[in-house]
Design a protein around this ligand. Structure first.
Ligand code: SAM
Length: 351
């Protein structure tokens, strides 16, 4: 009988590689026929859904959370409050020595190589500082999710609206924030202020975004970070952004996505470039040549609509460094491009 962890690992292997040779798989799992395995996996994929804990702290998280923090810090430059809306929040905090994260230990090729570096570019050092502060013992035990990064970087006047659909992760997220809140109160913060500041909802983030736009202060960062296990997520991201840009054209929208062989992924950035935002920025980080069997995540991207002018120069400095430190073979590289929104295959500037 397969244990839960093995099963979930297989589900993830299927979803990120796009396919899995089931005969090979059932060979590795004697007593389970290919047809039976396919049936189990198909059902589990629908049932269990994605758990970010498997991937916490990997190279894709490094890129995503580094960019997220830069965007929030840009918004911090003005006193006016802003909303941070996380449509796909995950659990908020991950234990790297816990069952899920330690299973594949993806953080070993993500945050780990950065941990003891003393030559980090300044903006990357700020990202690392946030993570080190949640690990006061100095040992790398916890990794923050996007809601925790937002909580740490935003100010008292800002509003965090966090959505998570998976019942288990929504509960862990709420529990984690209760702990953060208890800690903040112990430090002397007024509970009523924090109560209004962070609202966690177990709901579909794509659908829920509509009601929050435009935000009262007309300033917001929206992070859209779905699992993409269901290829419909690519379409949903684009449709959600098209709707959001009508409701709130000047918002900053940041989308994470996995760079995969599947057509939806390959065409994704080009489709987002056609959205009617004033400007866009697209950055990808590839850490190794794709493996012949298609296993593993070798590359991911962030696509930002209405990026602040500060982001591109920071990425120009940080991306070569990330390639140098996280790159695993000659296939490691980054791509950084910017352009004006709403145009088909023109106006792109590689930087
Ligand atoms: N943003 C998180 C971070 O950086 O720490 C990670 C999010 S993870 C990639 C995607 C999350 O979206 C999963 O926890 C999954 O349960 C959740 N999810 C899937 N579909 C959703 C939906 N329609 N609405 C809200 N959450 C969803």
């Amino acid at each position: 009988m397969l244990d839960n962890c093995a099963l979930i690992t297989l589900v993830h292997a299927v979803s990120w590689s796009g396919s899995l040779t089931l005969p090979v798989c059932s060979h590795a799992l004697p007593g389970v026929s290919a047809a039976h395995l396919y049936f189990i996996l198909w059902n589990c994929q629908l049932m269990l859904s994605y758990r970010h804990a498997f991937h916490a702290g990997n190279h894709a998280d490094v890129l995503k959370h580094y960019v997220q923090i830069q965007l929030l810090q840009y918004l911090n430059q003005k006193d006016t409050a802003y909303s941070y809306i996380d449509t796909h929040s995950g659990a908020g905090v991950y234990a790297l020595d816990g069952g899920y994260a330690s299973k594949n230990a993806e953080y070993e090729t993500g945050i780990a190589p950065l941990w003891d570096r003393t030559d980090l570019p300044a903006s990357l050092a700020e990202y690392l500082k946030l993570i080190k502060e949640m690990n006061p013992s100095g040992k790398m035990r916890y990794y923050p999710g996007s809601p925790y990064c937002a909580d740490q970087v935003s100010r008292e006047q800002d509003r965090l609206r966090l959505f998570e659909l998976h019942p288990a992760d929504a509960k862990i997220l709420a529990d984690n924030f209760r702990k953060v809140e208890a800690h903040a109160q112990a430090q002397g913060e007024r509970p009523s202020v924090r109560g209004k500041r962070v609202i966690i909802t177990k709901a579909d983030g794509f659908q829920s975004l509509k009601a929050l736009l435009p935000p009262p202060s007309r300033r917001a960062l929206v992070l859209i970070d779905p699992p993409y296990e269901d290829k419909m997520d690519y379409r949903k991201v684009k449709d959600t952004l098209a709707d959001a840009l009508v409701r709130f054209p000047s918002g900053i929208y940041a989308v994470w996505y996995p760079v995969l062989q599947r057509m939806e992924s390959r065409q994704f950035a080009d489709k987002l470039k056609q959205l009617p935002a004033t400007e866009w920025l697209h950055v990808t980080l590839t850490v190794n040549t794709p493996s012949p069997d298609g296993f593993g995540l070798h590359s991911s991207g962030m696509f930002i609509l209405n990026p602040p002018y500060t982001l591109e120069p920071m990425l120009r400095e940080v991306m070569p460094y990330l390639v140098k430190v996280l790159g695993r073979d000659d296939g490691a590289k980054f791509v950084l491009e910017t352009g004006k929104g709403g145009v088909r295959n023109t106006g792109t500037r590689r930087v």
